[in-house]
Design a protein. Structure first.
Length: 291
């Protein structure tokens, strides 16, 4: 009888140990083959932003340990593109939120499978990762205050003396640093993200910040004290190549995903892209959005 009790106790301990091990495995943050892990900031409206629920096709946001964040869902043009790619690959989309500077290291480390975050395929970035064909072509503009000295500006030449800022580690800041001086623009220390840029303009710490036109349209709709200078690349605005202003999907070097993503992007028509961007702009100014 004692032997039976010992055996039952041993069996129970083994079962508990297996259960505990399985629980640890489930919480270990290991990636799953049936999911597509996409890295982005969730703070670059209307390309990608955070909202409080899953309304209008928003998807849950996860941290870098693949734990779902509470009351945080991602939406925007990048997310819509990511969803189409995930659907085309037959996988569930997992949005992984991280800081801008962490995106490329995370891709190379295998934390995410793709970067779909309004990223331009610059020569410097191409040394680190591969890129898909562009899924958007941007135009750089300047967001200013309606009550500011530069509200009536129509070109960079009208911005002399302006304190202008851009997001850190972006082509926006590169262009500002390289070209602003010839127009008398006073470049400010770049900030981490667009919420920080918006706040700096709100409190009048800067006169303007660099943005892509869809972002400027949304920012001005959400902040009625703002307007934007409608610059045109290589004309009244910044000099820029198509590669500088293109937005593409970041892929780990040598990955077979590049060809797959390109094939799926080719299936998205220009009218579909325009419709998605219009939707992203209209939705990103709602009360449900987390600043």
């Amino acid at each position: 009888m004692k032997t039976l009790h010992k055996f039952m106790l041993f069996a129970t301990l083994v079962a508990l140990s297996l259960t505990f091990a399985l629980s640890l495995a489930a919480c270990s943050g290991a990636k799953q083959d049936d999911k597509l892990y996409v890295g982005l900031e969730c703070a670059y409206s209307p390309f990608n932003y955070t909202q409080r629920d899953d309304a209008n096709g928003a998807v849950p946001i996860y941290n870098t340990n693949y734990k779902q964040m509470r009351n945080a869902y991602a939406n925007g043009y990048d997310v819509m593109i990511a969803q189409k790619i995930a659907d085309g690959l037959g996988k569930e989309l997992v949005v992984v939120k991280m800081e801008w500077d962490a995106l490329i290291p995370a891709l190379n480390a295998g934390t995410v499978d793709l970067i779909i975050a309004g990223m331009s395929p610059t020569d410097e970035r191409k040394q680190q990762i591969d890129f898909s064909q562009p899924y958007y072509q941007s135009n750089l503009v300047l967001v200013v205050r309606k009550d500011g000295s530069y509200a009536s500006a129509t070109s960079l030449s009208d911005m002399s003396g302006a304190k202008v800022c851009a997001q850190k580690s972006t082509f926006h800041d590169d262009a500002l640093q390289q070209q602003g001086g010839q127009y008398g623009i006073v470049r400010q220390t770049p900030l981490e993200d667009f919420p920080a840029l918006i706040n700096a303009l709100k409190v009048k710490a800067i006169d303007a910040y660099v943005a892509e036109e869809p972002g400027a349209i949304e920012n001005c709709a959400s902040n009625t004290e703002f307007t934007y200078v409608k610059l045109k690349n290589n004309d009244t605005g910044f000099a820029a190549t198509d590669a500088d202003t293109a937005i593409a999907v970041g892929v780990k070097k040598g990955s077979t995903l590049t060809a797959q993503v390109n094939a799926l992007l080719q299936g998205i028509t220009q009218s579909q892209r325009d419709e998605m961007m219009s939707k992203a702009i209209s939705l990103s100014g709602g009360d449900n959005i987390v600043d």
